[in-house]
Design a protein around this ligand. Structure first.
Ligand SMILES: [Zn+2]
Length: 267
């Protein structure tokens, strides 16, 4: 599943290729993904308008047309964009095809259909993202205060921190030396501080690695939305921990999701 760093890189690529272009034809290929896909009549408000910018908020992609309405796309589990010349044959699992004034075609494909396409306005409230100067230890401490839920469920709660998925939440907890199944309220102030820095560091490193692997010019394709990520604990169950070289990475289930951790390095 694309996480925040992948979405970030994709937005850079989309913005570079599409800013200044405009949608001249909105061709819906299926009526619905996670929710209904707007039809060409509803999309009339966005067609023949210049794409002013493309921005990311949490894991959502916003196409800004300089008006009150925006095109909001969420990739879900398997969503991705294709940018092709207009004569290209139709892609598999294509749900929306946008013919652009430049002569290109932007297609949204999604095999598992957990993605979404909406026409909406800017969100009223923006949830804190795991970036320096945005996520602070004070904020995290307030969120954790007396909470019984696990710390992993808390940092993955999209109403508390936007954009931290299973991979980076697992890696941040490993970096901070905290077991994922500890109750959020049991964390000491020093642990909260460490965890806050770790969340920021893992996202920052992944964004830098993503940008580096695509050079200055990331492309709009599957590769941009699915980085191969080197992880310490995520997807490493039963492997020897790289840090202590002693314990095998263990797994617990938290909120239905697998959560890997090192029983020696994480307390
Ligand atoms: Zn270890």
């Amino acid at each position: 599943m694309p996480e925040l760093p992948e979405v970030n890189t994709l937005v850079t690529a989309l913005s570079r290729r599409l800013r200044g272009d405009s949608i001249i034809a909105w061709q819906r290929r299926s009526p619905k993904l996670r929710g209904p896909i707007p039809d060409s009549t509803e999309a009339g408000v966005l067609t023949d308008r210049k794409i002013v910018d493309i921005r990311r908020i949490a894991k959502s992609i916003y196409f800004d047309f300089g008006c009150s309405q925006l095109l909001k796309v969420h990739l879900g589990m398997t969503g991705y964009f294709l940018l092709t010349s207009e004569s290209c044959p139709e892609a598999k699992h294509a749900h929306l095809m946008l013919r652009l004034a430049s002569g290109q075609m932007l297609t949204f494909c999604d095999s598992r259909r957990f993605g979404s396409i909406e026409i909406t306005s800017w969100p009223d409230k923006v949830v804190v993202e795991p970036f320096k100067s945005k996520l602070t230890a004070t904020y995290l401490a307030t969120a954790c205060n007396s909470r019984q839920c696990s710390i992993k469920a808390l940092i993955m709660d999209q109403h508390i921190i936007a954009g931290l998925g299973n991979i980076y939440a697992s890696e941040a907890l490993f970096k901070a030396g905290i077991r994922p199944d500890r109750s959020a309220g049991s964390l000491k102030p020093t642990e909260i501080k460490k965890l806050c820095s770790a969340c920021i560091a893992v996202i920052d490193a992944a964004i830098k690695a993503g940008n580096a692997s695509f050079g200055d010019k990331p492309e709009i394709d599957r590769g941009t939305t699915h980085f191969a990520i080197e992880t310490c604990v995520y997807d490493q169950q039963n492997q020897i921990c790289q840090k202590c070289q002693k314990s095998k990475i263990a797994m617990v289930r938290i909120s239905g999701r697998s959560s890997c951790f090192c029983p020696t390095c994480q307390k």
